[in-house]
Design a protein around this ligand. Sequence first.
Ligand code: 2P0
Length: 324
Amino acid sequence: MKATARAHTNIALIKYWGKRDEELILPTNNSLSLTLDGFYTTTTVEFRNDLTNDIFYLDNQCISGIPYQRVTQFLDLIRQLAGKHIFAEVRSTNHVPTAAGFASSASGFAALAAAGSKAIGLSLNDKALSRLTRRGSGSACRSIYGGFAEWQKGEKKDGSDSFAVPIKPQDYWDIRVAAVVLHADEKKVSSRVGMKRTVDTSPFFKGWVDSIPQDLEQIKAGISERDFEKVGSVAEANCLKMHATTLGANPPFTYWYDTTFTVMQHVQKLRDKKIPAYFTIDAGPNVKVLYLPENEADIKRELESIPGVRDVILSKAGQGITYL
Ligand code: 2P0
């Protein structure tokens, strides 16, 4: 009753921002992401009869508190699905540079879902695995697949039709992402809290939700045509719209720092020099820059020259779940 799985994190090009059901983690809009090869979590789950509670080690440290509770609550879902009452030892290793500004929750819950469900004897197809993973953290349900994936929000109240589907595999198109590291501080408003505040209070939230179908249609067309400018410009505009909703919330908030703005301006500067580059930003100050392999040296040089930039970490498209 032991299994090991690896999952990579993903960067949303059309963002998930807002829940219609917090308990089941059901989103208000579809989202679309690219899985990244540089950042992953490897997790081993072993269900053992001799355990009287779950144990969770992250990077060889025994974890308690809220992160432990999120893991045990997720294991409860796996136990429920399998109809077995047995505790587990979970050992995870994060290969997501802690300062890179990537949430390790996406790769973390995807690896936990895959290893946990296999260890307990469930054989879930990708759709069922994605649906289960969603309950750990929404964005994690997209990390089941390599390359481009879309999380379909679904319509049903029970969440049975809310899961991610593959759009294009890892080797379809060599798009790259530079993670521009500015700050590694704990964020003041978590994405969970920020999303809820936005849904509850921001008058801009409706505009955000209403604009998603068109963004999705355009970005999917861009992906099909391998049109980098189309994909990049839709992703950048979608990110700006998501962040605009937070300014309309009560109390208002933003994830951006002054340096976030500076990086955005440098990305524009790259485009002025005819080097295609587009940014996207998650619920934090760090910026991710989309670019093509032939421009890697120029992109890296420009980004590293910006005052306040601590690191620039380059990544390619990554693969979906693998079992080790
Ligand atoms: C995304 N983010 O699509 C968006 C863009 C942040 C900004 O998914 O509450 O950690 O666990 O479902 O997945 C971050 O939210 O939230 C996120 P929960 P999650 O990647």
